[in-house]
Design a protein around this ligand. Structure first.
Ligand code: GDP
Ligand code: IMO
Ligand code: MG
Length: 427
């Protein structure tokens, strides 16, 4: 069985954790291929809530080998805490394999992330302040430390000495901060984290290829989403990795020929956390209702998410960028009380109509969404188990999303629980 990719088709928090958990039933390996603990992926099992940051969401199943791929940036302290917390709840994390080529988030990354945001003032990006951007910047600048360096103290100290000299200069001269101690960092990383993580560090690429050769199911679990992608998102209000399908190949170490299925996941409306353009954003009562009904506060940072109507122009673009075969729509139940629903089918700006995402981002700021209005269903969908039991207007709404986005819908979510999902065939 070739690999499947699961990608957020909006700005994150679409329900990737829940769907990964669902798909994991038919898989043997679940790989996180980019991002770090900026992600917050929720799985709810029998009212018990698991919020995963670094561990692939398949970890909850004993038959799954969870893999942290080379494209991820790993804060070892956070990873150990996450493993300990899960173990305390009876989840066995011993099968985890961490790629030796994944990069380490270091204490100066986190500090610089927060300082840069403060320095940017009103122009800040609204990052999660987890050190993600600075860690990927060092990876690109070729001064990053990798997970495998934890197993070679000499190399680790050498690299740390070189890089810390520059970081401390920046901390002192630019930000008027005290420098960090190489001995303290090495003490924590080499003496505390390395022994704990050593049994999990290994050849993730080899493992994935062996699984593929055996015909085992491999799921590549995206973090963040298409419009937070460093290349294709609303730059600079993006994350520093490539969540798009191409990034899955790079971040897991497999070629595109191994991919047989690409699933995009989108909410039945839109949300975004942090700054950046958002053409269909709604404020006022409707926005408040979406926040309240959808519990739209960040899984990870607790920040209120911005909300808006479903933007088919963006999801249409996500279908293109990722070669999406299908869409999964989540949180349909959040719309249960709405009398009317809007779907953005195009933008208007400068006297022009845009049905595809404008290549120049300035257009997004002045874009006026062209909405189609659809009737709501005004009844509860949370107990629906079968497509035929969905209210007529809900089926029409989903049909319209599929038609406008250009991809069939294979599942719809009607609640946070593992079981609250309905298989569909909406084209
Ligand atoms: P992820 O980052 O894509 O994994 O998504 P998050 O876990 O950050 O955010 C999604 C939130 O919506 C979580 O609180 C989920 O429990 C919840 N959720 C997922 N699917 C559904 C759904 O179909 N309906 C409702 N009401 N909540 C859902
Ligand atoms: P999941 O995987 C939603 C956003 C941040 C900020 C921008 C850059 O749970 O969908 P970063 O810390 O990555 O440098 O922040 O990206 N962001 C997310 N928004 N869901 C996420 O992850 C996110 N990860 C990062 O809010 O706007
Ligand atoms: Mg999330």
């Amino acid at each position: 069985m070739p690999a499947t990719i699961l990608i957020g088709a909006q700005w994150g928090d679409e329900g990737k954790g829940k769907l990964t958990d669902l798909l994991a039933k038919e898989m043997e390996v679940v790989v996180r291929y980019q991002g770090g603990h900026n992600a917050g992926h929720t799985v709810v099992v029998d009212s018990e809530r698991f919020a995963l940051q670094l561990l692939p969401s398949g970890v909850l199943y004993p038959h799954i080998t969870p893999v942290i791929g080379n494209g991820v940036v790993v804060d070892p302290k956070v990873l150990i805490e996450e493993m300990d917390a899960l173990e305390a709840r009876g989840v066995d994390c011993s099968r985890l394999v961490i790629s030796g080529s994944a990069h380490l988030i270091m204490p100066y990354h986190q500090e610089l992330d927060a300082l840069t945001e403060r320095y940017l003032g009103k122009n800040r990006l609204g990052t999660t302040k987890r050190g993600i951007g600075p860690a990927y910047a060092d990876k690109a600048a070729r001064v990053g430390l990798r997970v495998q360096d934890l197993l070679d103290p000499k190399i680790f100290r050498q690299k740390l000495d070189v890089v810390l000299k520059e970081k401390n200069l920046i901390l002192a001269k630019v930000y008027n901060r005290l420098g960090l101690s190489a001995a303290d960092i090495a003490g924590a990383y080499l003496d505390q984290y390395a022994p704990r993580l050593a049994p999990q560090i290994g050849d993730s690429v080899g493992l994935v290829h062996e699984a593929l050769a055996r015909g085992a199911g491999v799921l590549l679990e995206g973090a963040q989403a298409t419009f937070l992608d460093l290349d294709h998102g609303t730059y600079p209000f993006v994350t520093s990795s490539n969540p798009v399908a191409g990034g899955a190949c790079t971040g897991a170490g497999i070629g595109p020929r191994h991919i047989s299925r690409v699933i995009g996941i989108a909410k039945a409306y839109m949300t975004r956390v942090g700054a950046g353009p958002f053409p269909t954003e709604v404020a006022g009562e409707e926005g408040d209702a979406l926040v309240a009904r959808g519990h739209e506060w960040g899984t990870n940072t607790g920040r209120r998410r911005r909300t808006g109507w479903f933007d088919a122009v963006m999801v249409r673009h996500a279908v293109r960028l990722n070669s999406l075969d299908e869409l999964v729509i989540t949180k349909l139940d959040v719309l249960d009380t709405f009398e009317k629903l809007k779907v953005c089918v195009a933008y208007e700006a400068g006297g022009k109509r845009y049905e595809q995402l404008p290549w120049h981002q300035s257009v997004l700021y002045e874009a006026v969404p062209v909405y189609e209005e659809l009737p709501g269903w005004r009844c509860e969908t949370t107990r629906v188990q079968h497509e035929d039991d969905l209210p007529g207007p809900a089926r029409k709404y989903l049909g319209f999303l599929a038609e406008q986005s250009g991809a069939p819908i294979s599942y719809v979510g009607v609640g946070p629980e593992r079981a609250q999902v309905v298989a569909l065939n909406v084209r």
